[in-house]
Design a protein around this ligand. Structure first.
Ligand code: ADP
Ligand code: MG
Length: 452
């Protein structure tokens, strides 16, 4: 039987993968297995609030993970109790460090409160491949000649592809190796809440002063200023003051400025006035080097066969890649033997996307059928509403589920421009946030495509 500590570590490792950092630390900090009575696992939680939340939201997942680890687990009970000494010691930590699933996590301890830089992010452990080499080169250029050519530096790309890592590395470089030590890193959300607080407390002037004093300012995930008019105004003036005094400013975003919605035109044109570079998804070789590098740094023992398997199935995010390796490492330790590919498949089944046994033509056909239109109308120029939506959904699915390139999608759909495809993709992505019917339709379509 696996020890309870290892069981719980396994749960944490998987939940950490599934949740945002903030969520994970909110709901899983100070949890643990209190005891086990045959098939029942008693989980310690710090208070009723966390207990109720876990029961409502994560109970099924936790049970599933526990059962995967140990088939004899039948039920979970939640006990409210403090893990006192541990709680004191680890007040500020996220669980990643306590369970040591990732030694990277350990370094979060050392995030510098003055500048929000995390020393774990350096260019030494940043793997460069064709997917990110342009962004990397632009970062080097900024390090060499800050505030001159590439101001702002605007790096965009999907989540988990290394934007934060890269811009933090640049920050660390300035702090440690140059006279421009006064670096500040912040996410646009914290920037916004900082601003709002300063207004509430009637300290807007202090806010302005504070943000203008740095040599290098790095703002992460700038897409979240979308729709926030006051914040954008503040940012606009702030940017100008940096620009005019030749001080470097760096942004990251999940999309290019052109596609950030509800963004003031003047700010958009500032973003576009410097250097815009993207980070795309890593190719197989790069994924392989990233995993190997991580294994080496952490002294994990994972076989080449497994490394190659993971690199081949996890294609979308370096964060997921790391998470998978951590999970595998954890399980290998818990089981005290190498895992079989079959076990790994099971472990990572949520990360595996439908493979291409479904063809692009299937997508067209299924969507056309679903909306009861003739397939050939999709390729025509018509802008009729009943055709536009299915067409956009096809574009969305081809991109989201198949990683098809925008130009290729455009070509497949009657020779449309790739920007049209990007628009469609972004539109559906936005719409599914609020449009429940659309979400249901997509579910049904995916069901038709993949479950047969
Ligand atoms: P993003 O900000 O784009 O969402 P992150 O910078 O947070 O992504 O990267 C996710 C994880 O992947 C981090 O742990 C980071 O260290 C790692 N990572 C990203 N890119 C690379 C790379 N090129 N080489 C090594 N590790 C990377
Ligand atoms: Mg990031």
């Amino acid at each position: 039987m696996i020890e309870t500590k290892q069981l719980w570590d396994g749960v944490l490792a998987e939940m950490e993968l599934e949740l945002s950092k903030a969520n994970f630390s909110t709901w899983f900090r100070n949890t643990g297995i209190a005891k086990r009575e045959e098939g029942t696992i008693f989980i310690n939680v710090p208070n009723t609030f966390v207990r109720d939340w876990l029961i409502n939201k994560y109970h099924k997942n936790i049970l599933r993970i526990l059962r995967n680890l140990d088939q004899e687990v039948r039920a979970i009970e939640y006990l409210i109790s403090k893990i006192e000494s541990r709680e004191e010691k680890t007040k500020d930590l996220t669980f990643a460090k306590q369970i040591n699933v990732s030694n990277l996590g350990l370094n979060d301890l050392y995030i510098n409160k003055e500048n929000n830089l995390n020393p774990k992010y350096t260019l030494d452990n940043f793997i460069v491949g064709s997917f990110n080499e342009v962004a990397y080169a632009a970062a080097l250029a900024v390090m060499k000649e800050p505030g001159v050519k590439y101001n702002p530096l605007f790096i965009y790309g999907g989540t988990g592809l290394g934007k934060t890592h890269l811009i933090q590395s640049v920050g660390n470089y300035f702090k440690n190796h140059t006279i421009r030590k006064n670096v500040f890193y912040i996410t646009s959300e914290t920037f916004a809440s900082d601003y709002i607080n300063s207004v509430i407390n009637k300290k807007a002037n202090l806010f302005k002063e504070k943000y203008r004093k740095y040599d290098v300012l790095i703002i992460d995930d700038i897409q979240f200023v979308s729709g926030k008019i006051k914040i954008q105004e503040e940012l606009f003036h702030l940017f100008n003051s940096y620009y005019e005094t030749g001080k470097q400013i760096i942004f990251s975003s999940d999309k290019p400025p052109k596609f950030i919605s509800n963004l003031e035109e003047r700010l958009r044109s500032r973003f576009e006035g410097g250097m815009i570079v993207d980070i795309s998804k890593p190719d197989y070789e790069s994924r392989l080097s990233i995993i190997k590098n991580k294994i080496k740094n952490n002294n994990y023992s994972i076989t080449d066969e497994v490394v190659e398997y993971v690199a081949s199935i996890i294609q979308d995010s370096i964060r997921e890649l790391e998470g998978a390796i951590n999970t595998i490492h954890c399980q290998t330790q818990a089981k005290n033997r190498n895992l079989t590919i079959q076990e790994i498949k099971l472990l990572l089944k949520n990360s595996i996307k439908p493979q291409k046994s479904v063809s692009i033509n299937d997508v067209m056909k299924v969507v056309a059928d679903f909306y009861s239109i003739e397939e050939k109308i999709l390729y025509e120029k018509t802008r009729r509403k009943e055709v536009v939506k299915p067409r956009q959904i096809i574009m969305y699915l081809l991109r989201e589920d198949f990683d098809t390139s925008y130009p290729y999608i455009g070509q497949k759909l009657g020779g449309r421009d790739h920007t049209t495809v990007i628009h469609a993709y972004e539109k559906i992505k936005r719409d599914i946030i609020n449009d429940k019917i659309l979400v249901q339709e997509l579910e049904q379509i995916r069901g038709l495509l993949y479950n047969t």
